[in-house]
Structures are given as structure tokens and as C-alpha cells.
Design a protein around this ligand. Sequence first.
Ligand code: GDD
Length: 409
Amino acid sequence: RGVAVIMVGGPTKGTRFRPLSLNVPKPLFPLAGQPMVHHPISACRRIPNLAQIYLIGFYEEREFALYVSSISNELRIPVRYLREDKPHGSAGGLYSFRDYIMEDSPSHIVLLNCDVCSSFPLPDMLEAHKKYGGMGTLLVNKVSAESANQFGELVADPETNELLHYTEKPETFVSDLINCGVYIFTPNIFSAIEDVLKQKQDRANLRRVSSFEALQSATKALPADFVRLDQDILSPLAGKKELYTYQTLDFWEQIKTPGMSLRCSGLYLSQFRRTSPHLLASGDGKRTATIVGDVYIHPSAKVHPTSKIGPNVSISANARVGAGARLINCIILDDVEIMENAVVIHSIVGWKSSIGKWSRVQGEGDHNAKLGITILGEAVDVEDEVVVVNSIVLPNKTLNVSVQEEIIL
Ligand code: GDD
């Protein structure tokens, strides 16, 4: 039997995701019309004999209550949110709920970061994990040498796939092979975390008796019950025949910024084309809009038949798109109104915003640049014939003049 755990973090994480994380916890932000965390959760459905899925985070329980109950019903696998009273780090958070996780006596624990976008090749990874016979298997990916330092960089044995060396976000280049934040562990991971906790506790005690000065610096350091999976567990266990790697050849991205959420929404839409085409708008029939490429339209959205939508467009609940509107590479959130002949390109339009007639909201389409896409927060009104280019607009603003390359606070 297996158990899956998804680390969702909390409100102090995901600050780079503002202003979108002001309304909704980042793990519930919609990508391809589904909450971010929904994608790893539905990938877990392909794990044979999965007993439970846990989400561990330090958001308020009520933020996840509705989602976990509806998804449990849909998947017919119990999904439960477990709240940490404070952040314990990625391994510490896992450890604090070991009793729940071990309830079903799992032989393996699938651990996933919620802010990665992947096809999550979990069944194949599980096969590899069993074959390797180690304590853990990491999903790894090759990235460009310039971008590798945003991730855990690692070296693996090309023959055995053993993890030989691991450094978290190193300052000098180690390797273009990186940690994807997707793992399979045996329950022995808990002993490994416990060992680290003991060492930390011993060191903290030692400092306490050694000197007052040291005590002062110790109080500034991370708390003794804070354990990071990468630095504290993976680094020291590399090269000890405990950890192995499984390389994905399919898509993988990290979702730290709104720009990346737009790109990942597109990646999931193209995955739907292969796995669940019924979720995509088809655009056939006289009374539907012209659809280009992969598009998701929530059943409650009203899209005018003379509008043209796509590629990579996702339209959420109760949104309205007027006659002659043109939408390309964008996420339109709930209750947005886009009026006649407006154009939205390379942008995210926040909940309840409205875009006036003949207006243009657009970015240049660079998903990694700070102002590479335009983002409108909740309830932003762009008046008629206004042009908004490469800008970020915070919630509750009215734009009656055109803006370019601006952050409107
Ligand atoms: N519950 C809980 N409690 N979750 C946490 C905590 C915590 O105290 N701290 C982090 N997380 C969650 C985050 O929400 C995220 O899903 C995951 O754990 C990892 O977050 P970080 O520890 O902040 O690391 P990172 O995202 O910068 O980098 C990690 O992921 C990369 C892949 O996306 C590292 O493992 C990198 O090596 C890796 O490349």
C-alpha cells in the first residue's frame, strides 16, 4: 500500500505569487481551470493501492475544507488537509504527521511539492524505486546551466542512478541535473528525519551550556524542530546508497511566479489534449466562439459566439466574454467581464475585474520577466479604449488612462 503527501506550504510562502495569492492560497490558484494542487492529486490516482492523500501546510483549515471534501468525493480516495501550527520545514512538516501517515502501514510514501508542474510519472518512478531498493527515489530533470541555481543541483551515477552528490541552490555551478520536488520514500525516512532532529537538539543544548554569546546567535538560527528535506536530509545521505534518481523526459517546471503559472496552465492544457480532451473547448457548432488550440472554458462562463479564443486560454466560472473579443495566452478568473471587441494577450485577469470595450490588456509574453505578462488583481476596472501593457495592477483599481511597464499599487 502507498500513501501520498503533498506539501502545500502556507501564507508566508509564495510571496512572489502576489497579487494573485492575496485572494486564494497559491496551491488553489487555477491552472487549466483546476486548482494547482489538483494536478498532482489526480496524478496520484495512478498509483496502485493508494490508501490516502494528505495535504500538509500551515494555511487555515477552512481555506482547504471545501476543496478536500469535493476532491475526495470525486476521486473516491480520502484526501485530508493536515495543518501545522507553524512551519517546520519540508521534512519537519512531514515528520510532525508521521502517526497519520503510518496509520495504513504504507510500504512507500509519495511526497510532492505542490508548486511544480509535471506529468508526474509516478507509476514508473515507483517501479524504479522498488528496483533500486533504497530509502528514497527523487524525480530529476535536466535544465539549462543558467537556470540550475534556482534548484537543488545533483550528481547521479549514470549506471546505477544512485544520488552521489546534492547541493541546494549552490552559488557556483555543480550540475544541470536538478531536483524536481517529487519523491518516493520508504517509512525509513522518518528515522532519517528523527536522527537530524536529535543532532539539532544536541547541538542546541551544547550551545546553551557553552556561552551566552553562542546562545544569542542560536536563537537567531532556525528552530531545532525545523528540518529541510533538501539541505538536512538529501545532502548528507547522498553517496550512501540510500537515495536514487529517476529522470523525467516529459515536461517539468517550477511555479513560483504568476508568469510561470500562465506557462504551466498551457502545459496542463496540452496534457489534457492527450489525457482528457473532453475538458477542452471544442468550438464546433454554430453557437460557440472560434477556438484556437487548447482552451478551457468553465461550463458557467458565457462566451459570445463572435469572439475568438486561444491558444492557451483558461476561462473560470461565471466569466463573460463579449462580442468580437480576442483572447490569447491568458487566464481569466471567476466573474470577470470582458466587453465587446476587447483584446487580452499574455495576461492574467483577476476575479471580478472588468475590461471595457475596445480595450487592450497585454504583455510581451516573457514568462520569466518581472513585467513579462500583465496581471490585474481582483476587481480591477479597465475602462473603455484603455491600453494596459506589461503591467501589474493591484486589487480594486480603476484604470481610465493607458499604462505601460508600470506597477500600480
Ligand atoms: N507544510 C509545509 N511546511 N510545507 C512547506 C514548508 C513547511 O514548513 N516549507 C516548505 N514547504 C513546501 C512548499 O510549499 C513547497 O511545496 C515545498 O515544500 C518546497 O518548498 P521550499 O522548501 O521552499 O523549497 P523550494 O520550492 O525553493 O525548492 C525545492 O523544490 C525545488 C523544485 O521545485 C527544493 O527541494 C529544490 O531542490 C527543488 O529543486
